[in-house]
Design a protein around this ligand. Structure first.
Ligand code: BLA
Length: 242
């Protein structure tokens, strides 16, 4: 379901000078102890970013997931790129979330970084369905212009691939703009907020149970804290905003 988008993402990263970072074998790929689950991960070193990870999970016909997160360098306060796409084959249900995940929720920040996403959002009404969030707080690290839809085959085959392409282009454009602009948030503050993103996400991400059921608790704990959200091991106490 998501192979063309995965290909587009990895090719786009390569085209912008991305280099693969070698991962430990058991993180790069892992087979489920339940038989049909398989996960593959890529970690990229991309100019302008301190970390860009990509994950593809398949469980036979039952489930397919494409997930990616890009963390800009600390001297750039642009949002984190976050994409979570899930296809449940048996029920033919799609969950698609694409956002420029804001470090802070204020108008000044939004007016500097969201022109592109606001325009893109208005072009894909079928992918912004005002879905409720159960695990996450929509006002922490999510923007008002995220694309979030619980849909079906129609959205998965038609709008989503188009939106995904435009979304990536829009994020690359924002990164290009930031080369000549200076950030308003200090590097120190960006570091704190990105670190807190990992702590927060590792606590809230609804994928934990799913990973445990396919790959076991020990592997999942290691995967969540070393690959998905490596900064989640930091102490939370110093992350109050200054
Ligand atoms: C929801 N993501 C989910 C759900 C699962 C995953 C099982 C619940 C499905 C549902 O609500 O019906 C699965 N998430 C995964 C998997 C990975 C993962 C397998 O990270 C593998 C790496 N999630 C993100 C990112 C965003 C994100 C970067 O990882 C930001 C765009 C969003 N996922 C997101 C949101 C929901 C979700 C908003 C709905 C959760 C809610 O209702 O609060």
């Amino acid at each position: 379901m998501f192979d063309t988008m995965l290909e587009e993402l990895n090719t786009g990263i390569l085209f912008r000078g991305g280099e693969l970072i070698e991962l430990p074998n058991d993180i790069q790929t892992c087979n489920s102890n339940k038989g049909d689950g398989f996960i593959r991960n890529w970690l990229w070193n991309v100019p302008g970013f301190r970390r860009w990870r990509v994950t593809k999970l398949t469980a036979g016909e039952k489930l397919e997931v494409l997930n990616t997160v890009a963390y800009p360098n600390y001297d750039n306060d642009q949002p984190i790129l976050g994409v979570d796409l899930l296809w449940f084959g048996v029920t033919r249900k799609l969950v698609a979330v694409l956002d420029f995940q804001p470090l802070v929720q204020d108008q000044e920040y939004f007016s500097r970084h969201y022109k592109g996403l606001i325009s893109l959002n208005s072009k894909f009404p079928e992918l912004r369905k005002n879905e409720n969030m159960h695990s996450f707080d929509p006002e922490q690290y999510f923007s008002p212009w995220l694309l979030f839809c619980r849909g079906g085959l129609e959205e998965a085959n038609n709008s989503l691939p188009k939106a995904f392409s435009s979304f990536l282009t829009c994020y690359w454009d924002l990164s290009k703009e930031m080369v000549d602009k200076s950030s308003r948030l200090s590097s120190q503050e960006v570091r704190k907020l990105q670190t807190h993103y990992d702590i927060y996400s590792s606590e809230r991400d609804p994928a934990h149970g799913l990973f445990t059921s396919y790959f076991g608790k020990a592997w999942t704990d290691k995967f969540v804290h070393t690959f998905l959200f490596p900064d989640s091991n930091n102490d939370d106490s110093s992350f109050e905003r200054e």
